[in-house]
Design a protein around this ligand. Structure first.
Ligand code: HEC
Length: 134
């Protein structure tokens, strides 16, 4: 018993570290995928010029809500919020999900790839949009 307690304590202490490492791996993988699939059109810093709207703080942001960005009518009028599920549907088939959007079709159907990109988008969403009355 004497040896079991410190061991249990060690396992408990290590568990969050493993979870953190796994999350970091997902974020890094997501960053690479984002660089390949999204970054040519999306800056992640609102002060950088980009063809698509900036995606920092996109999680739980109201769709079409970047002030100076010239959205399609479809996106601006959609009334949706960028939940993880909405972002998945968007990555999977954006123009099927929202006919009339001006974003060129992306078809990321692999759930793991979606997971990684979502982890990255979450990591660059430091503002709590759920606290904003939209
Ligand atoms: C070829 C350029 C292009 C690529 C590649 C691209 N996008 Fe977009 N994206 C756009 C444009 C343009 C819009 C604005 C669409 C509209 O107004 O209908 C947009 C809009 C969005 C929005 C809505 C943001 C808001 O403010 O409401 C999200 C979320 C998004 N893109 C995510 C992604 C992700 C994730 C990827 C990579 C998997 C990606 N996009 C790849 C051009 C692109």
């Amino acid at each position: 018993m004497r040896t079991l307690i410190p061991l249990a304590a060690l396992i408990l202490a290590a568990a969050p570290a493993v979870a953190d490492t796994f999350e970091k791996v997902k974020i890094d993988a997501g960053a690479s995928l984002f660089d390949t699939d999204c970054r040519r059109c999306h800056a992640t810093d609102a002060t950088d010029p980009s063809y698509g709207p900036p995606l920092e703080n996109v999680l739980y942001r109201a769709a079409g809500s970047i002030e100076d960005y010239d959205y399609s009518i479809a996106l601006e009028a959609s009334g949706i919020v960028w939940t993880p599920a909405a972002l998945r549907a968007w990555m999977e088939d954006n123009d099927g999900f929202m006919p009339g959007t001006k974003m060129r079709h992306v078809g990321i159907k692999d759930r793991t790839v979606q997971d990684f990109i979502l982890a990255y988008l979450t990591s660059i969403s430091t503002r709590d949009n759920t606290a904003i009355d939209q």
